[in-house]
Design a protein around this ligand. Structure first.
Ligand code: ATP
Length: 362
């Protein structure tokens, strides 16, 4: 298997469109890395540059240590699956999966037959070899597209929104399935999605893209809990964001004055008084310090907010609350225990520790 390295890669389409702006990324052998970000941020261009469909304006692309920057796609030994997965409609499943190996010309018929059978087992559709694509469901077609991409034993798998056209339930099943297959064969994978939930649940690491650059690269838990920027905090998951400026700095803590509230957050060494900052609080970080079921105490609590519950909904194992503070701000709170006693209209007090408040620049 092969690592993929991007060094100083830029791609300019026209004079005005710098789609990818001087990015560096090292993807380890067998790693699953997701490029995630809003529409137009440069994800597909980055993937197509790795695949060889786009030539970078600057920088170097390496696959398995080899400089492939100028090499055409067919010399890169990557397998690709796109959103529309484009199976050949006039070919059977067997012919579709065999296609890349037939085109290569270096395999015997017996090798191709064995490999096709192995791939159909891998995607758990062993009995579909003689069917045509239009005799398969959307999810089955997607698995066959994956089998087709993997059959020629590529060094890396490149996936561009492969699950986007599936309905929600099927999409979630395929997320698990895709990850299972990827881990089973240990193939280096680059996955493009604008779906933040998919990025958080599937990847070893994710790279959050914004205007052609990586804002943050890291394991999903790190990027979610410790976003480096307001953009990342806002893009991934739900965030309560307090924009303000630092008024005091003491013992590694910054007090941030926002128009409607004062928030204390853990500061880092670069924080300075008068900095314009944003304080990010994930919904799971709040706790109730007064209310029907917690019986909590306000003593010693930091960052206390009082307000009225305006909305509640079950998220499965937890419950989401919306709280309108006295000063008129809406806060999103996710709480593990049940709904009991937290009905809309209820007055409650919540708090969050400074350590659970993430200070980022604006
Ligand atoms: P989406 O999620 O909408 O697919 P993306 O993050 O994959 O978006 P890209 O498709 O890489 O973004 O596009 C990045 C930028 O480059 C956009 O501004 C887009 O309009 C521009 N762009 C993409 N392809 C071309 C092209 N062939 N010619 C000119 N500009 C292009």
């Amino acid at each position: 298997m092969s690592e993929i390295t991007l060094e100083g890669v830029s791609k300019r389409y026209d004079r005005d469109v710098l789609a990818v702006d001087d990015i560096d990324l090292e993807i380890g052998s067998g790693e699953f890395v997701t490029l995630v970000g809003p529409s137009g941020c440069g994800k597909t261009t980055t993937l197509r540059t790795i695949a060889g469909f786009e030539k970078p304006t600057a920088g170097t692309v390496r696959i398995g240590g080899e400089d492939v920057t100028g090499a055409p796609p067919y010399e890169r030994n990557t397998g690709m699956v796109f959103q529309d997965f484009a199976l050949f409609p006039h070919m059977t499943v067997r012919e579709n999966v065999a296609y890349g190996m037939e085109a290569d010309g270096g395999y015997s018929n017996a090798e191709i037959d064995d490999r096709v059978a192995e791939m159909l087992e891998l995607v758990e559709l062993p009995d579909t070899a003689d069917r045509y694509p239009d005799q398969l469901s959307g999810g089955q077609q997607q698995r066959i597209a994956l089998a087709r991409a993997l059959a020629p034993k590529p060094d890396a798998l490149l996936l561009d929104e492969p699950l986007a056209s599936l309905d929600k339930k099927l999409r979630e099943q395929m997320q698990v399935e895709l990850r299972r297959i990827q881990q089973e064969i240990g193939i280096t994978t680059v996955f493009v999605t604008h779906n933040q939930e998919e990025a958080l649940t599937m990847s070893d690491r994710l790279a959050v893209m914004n205007e052609g650059r990586f804002d943050q690269v890291g394991p999903p838990g790190d990027v979610y809990d410790e976003p480096d920027s307001r953009f990342v905090a806002d893009f991934l998951g739900t965030a309560n964001i307090f924009d303000g400026s630092v008024t005091t700095l003491e013992d590694g803590r910054a007090t941030v004055d926002c128009a409607d509230a004062e928030v204390t957050a853990t500061a880092d060494t670069t924080t300075a008084v008068d900095d314009d900052v944003a304080v990010v609080v994930r919904p799971e970080r709040f706790r109730f310090v007064s209310g029907a079921t917690d019986g909590g105490t306000r003593a010693g609590a930091e960052n206390v907010f009082e307000g009225e519950i305006t909305f509640t909904r079950h998220l499965g194992s937890s419950v989401e609350f919306r709280l309108e503070t006295v000063a008129g701000r809406e806060l999103v709170v996710v709480h593990r225990s049940g709904l009991e006693g937290y009905d809309p209209g209820e007055q409650v007090t919540i708090a969050v520790e400074a350590d659970d408040c993430r200070l980022v620049s604006r």
